[in-house]
Design a protein around this ligand. Structure first.
Ligand SMILES: C[S@@+](CC[C@H](N)C(=O)[O-])C[C@H]1O[C@@H](n2cnc3c(N)ncnc32)[C@H](O)[C@@H]1O
Length: 482
C-alpha cells in the first residue's frame, strides 16, 4: 500500500477510500450520530445548523473524489459517451418529479419505506399534474440508477434520501425549477454563444447563453435572467425562496469558521446586497450576547428590504427591539452611506453575479466610503485550479497520518489533496465548478479563482489581508483598504 511504484491508480484510490470511509464511520460514532444510509430521512449532518468536524469534512471530500475517480478508471468509454451526452435528461426527470410534487403522494413513513405502485402514485397526483404511469416509471427508474429512488418490485417505487430534495415548499425544492430550467435553456445556446467572437469581451448581463436560448424560444421581449424571473410572479417567488435555501447553504460553516466573537467593540456589520439578510441574521444570533455592541445594517433593493424586515421580525425580534438592526435601500453601485469607523462591509454571493467591470465598480463604491479601520468581507466560492498532485508529496500513507493529526477543536485548515486526487478535489468540488458555468450561462458572470479575485481587488483600492476557508463551499476573503 505504501509502495507507490508498485501500486496502480486503482489500488492507490482504494487505499484512500478505505482510510476515508473508516474515518467517516469513526467520526460519526464519536459524535453519537447514526451511520449514513439511503433511507428517506435526513441525516443529522443534513441539518443546516450542524457542521462536520474538520476530520470528517476532509475524509468526506476524499471519499467523494476517490470514488468518482475510480469510476473514471473502470467505466468503459462507450458507456461514458452514452451517459454524458444525455445527462440533461437526468435533470429533466428531476425537474418533472419536483414539478408534480411526487413526494406529496407518500402519506406515511411505511409508504415511503415500501414504495407505491406507479399507478397508485399517478392516481394520487392532483388534477393538472397527472402523467402517464409508464413514462413516470421510466423517469423514476432513471433516477434510481443514482439512488434517488429504488424499485423494490417491478413498477413499485420508493423514495431514498436524495429524493427529499424535492420536498414540497422547502427552499431546497424551490431550486429545482427556475435554476434548473434556466440552466437547460442556456445549454441549448451555450456553444453558439461561446464561439461568437462579438461576445468575447462583452461583459453585459443582457448577453448570455440563457438570453440567446430564450430568444431562440421566441421570447425576444426577455432582456436578461432577472427580467425572465420578474415576468412570472410564481417563478420569482420560488427563486426568492431558493435564495433563502442558498442563504442556509454553508451557513453553519460561515458561523464557525470565522472568528466573529473577536469583532472589535462597536462594529457595524453592513450586509450589502443582503437579500433578506439570512446570513447576517444568523451571525448576529450566534454572537448576540458575546458581542453586545455589534449592529447590523441591511442594504438591498426596496422589495428585498421589505422582505428583510419581515424576516428579522420573525427570526430575531430582539434585534429590532434593541435597535441592533437597521434596514436601508441602497444601490451598491453608489457610494455607501455607512462611513463610520470599524465598519465591516459584508458581501455574500454578490461578486459572483457580476463580471469584472461591474464587480470593480461595486468594490470601488464601497472603497470611497471606507474608514481606515474598516474592512470588506467577501463570502464567496474560491475556485481551485485542477492541478495534479504529486505522488512523492502526498502518498496515501501521508493522508492517513494527516487525517489522524487533525485537531478537531482547532480552526479549520484544509489538507492538501492526496495523490492521485487533483488539488481541487475534483468531483468533491464539481458543484462549484458547475456554478461557475451557471453564472456565465445565466448572467454572463463567474465564480472566481484566487487570482481572479486578486485582479478585481487590486483594481478597487483594497488588498487581501487573509482568506478563511470554511467547511462549506464558500471562503471568507478579508480585504483592507490600501
Ligand atoms: C445572489 S443574491 C445574494 C443575497 C444575499 N447576500 C445572500 O447571500 O443570501 C444578490 C443580491 O444582490 C442584490 N442586488 C442586485 N443588484 C443590486 C444593486 N444594484 N444594489 C443593491 N443590491 C443589489 C439582489 O437584490 C440580491 O438580493
Amino acid at each position: 500500500m505504501e509502495d507507490i511504484a508498485n501500486d496502480t491508480p486503482l489500488t492507490t484510490l482504494l487505499s484512500l477510500l478505505t482510510t476515508s470511509i473508516h474515518t467517516i464511520e469513526a467520526e460519526l460514532k464519536a459524535a453519537n450520530m447514526p451511520p449514513f444510509t439511503l433511507e428517506p430521512k435526513f441525516h443529522p449532518l443534513d441539518s443546516l445548523d450542524v457542521v462536520p468536524t474538520p476530520r470528517l469534512y476532509e475524509a468526506r471530500r476524499v471519499a467523494m473524489a476517490a470514488s468518482n475517480m475510480i469510476k473514471a478508471l473502470v467505466q468503459d468509454i462507450g458507456t461514458v459517451m452514452m451517459d454524458k451526452s444525455t445527462q440533461s435528461l437526468d435533470q429533466a426527470a428531476y425537474i418533472l418529479t419536483a414539478d408534480i410534487r411526487i413526494l406529496d403522494v407518500f402519506r406515511t413513513d411505511e409508504e415511503k419505506a415500501n414504495g407505491l405502485h406507479v399507478d397508485e402514485i399517478v392516481a394520487r397526483l392532483p388534477v393538472g399534474k397527472k402523467v402517464d404511469p409508464e413514462k413516470l416509471a421510466r423517469c423514476l427508474r432513471l433516477l434510481s440508477t443514482e439512488h434517488w429512488w429504488s424499485e423494490p418490485s417491478p413498477g413499485v417505487f420508493a423514495p431514498l434520501r436524495w429524493a427529499l430534495i424535492n420536498t414540497p415548499d422547502s427552499s431546497l425544492w424551490a431550486r429545482a425549477d427556475p435554476v434548473s430550467y434556466g440552466a437547460l435553456i442556456g445549454s441549448v445556446a451555450f456553444t453558439e454563444h461561446m464561439t461568437d467572437p462579438t461576445k468575447f469581451d462583452d461583459d453585459s448581463i443582457d448577453t448570455s447563453p440563457f438570453v440567446r436560448g430564450i430568444h431562440r424560444m421566441g421570447m425576444t421581449h426577455i432582456k436578461n435572467w432577472w427580467d425572465w424571473l420578474a415576468y412570472d410572479p410564481d417563478r420569482l417567488e420560488r427563486f426568492a425562496r431558493s435564495m433563502e435555501g442558498s442563504g442556509y447553504l454553508n451557513l453553519s460553516a460561515i458561523k464557525v469558521d470565522y472568528p466573529w466573537e473577536s469583532l472589535p467593540p462597536n462594529t457595524t456589520f453592513v450586509d450589502v446586497g443582503a437579500g433578506q439578510g439570512t446570513v447576517s441574521m444568523h451571525i448576529m444570533k450566534h454572537v448576540y450576547d458575546k458581542v453586545p455592541t455589534l449592529k447590523v445594517v441591511l442594504q438591498d433593493r426596496p422589495q428585498h428590504i421589505e422582505q428583510g424586515k419581515k424576516f428579522w421580525a420573525q427570526e430575531l425580534p430582539a434585534a429590532l427591539k434593541d435597535g441592533r438592526v437597521a434596514f436601508e435601500v441602497h444601490d451598491f453601485f453608489e457610494d455607501n452611506p455607512r462611513k463610520e469607523p470599524n465598519t465591516i462591509y459584508w458581501f455574500r454571493f454578490v461578486m459572483h453575479d457580476w463580471a469584472d467591470s461591474y464587480a470593480i465598480k461595486i468594490l470601488k463604491a464601497v472603497r470611497a466610503s471606507c474608514h481606515p479601520t474598516s474592512r470588506v468581507l467577501l463570502g464567496e466560492t474560491v475556485l481551485l485550479e485542477a492541478i495534479p498532485s504529486s505522488p512523492e508529496e502526498s502518498a496515501a500513507v501521508n493522508f492517513e497520518n494527516d487525517l489522524r493529526s487533525i485537531n478537531n477543536n482547532s480552526p479549520y485548515k484544509p489538507l492538501k489533496a492526496p495523490y492521485p486526487i487533483p488539488q481541487n478535489y475534483a468531483f468533491a468540488t464539481k458543484a462549484t465548478a458547475r456554478y461557475d458555468m451557471l453564472m456565465y450561462s445565466l448572467v454572463n458572470a463567474l465564480e472566481r479563482t484566487m487570482s481572479n479575485f486578486e485582479k478585481i481587488i487590486s483594481q478597487s483600492g483594497f488588498k487581501v489581508d487573509r482568506v478563511y476557508p470554511t467547511r462549506g463551499t464558500s471562503s471568507i476573503i478579508e480585504l483592507v483598504p490600501v
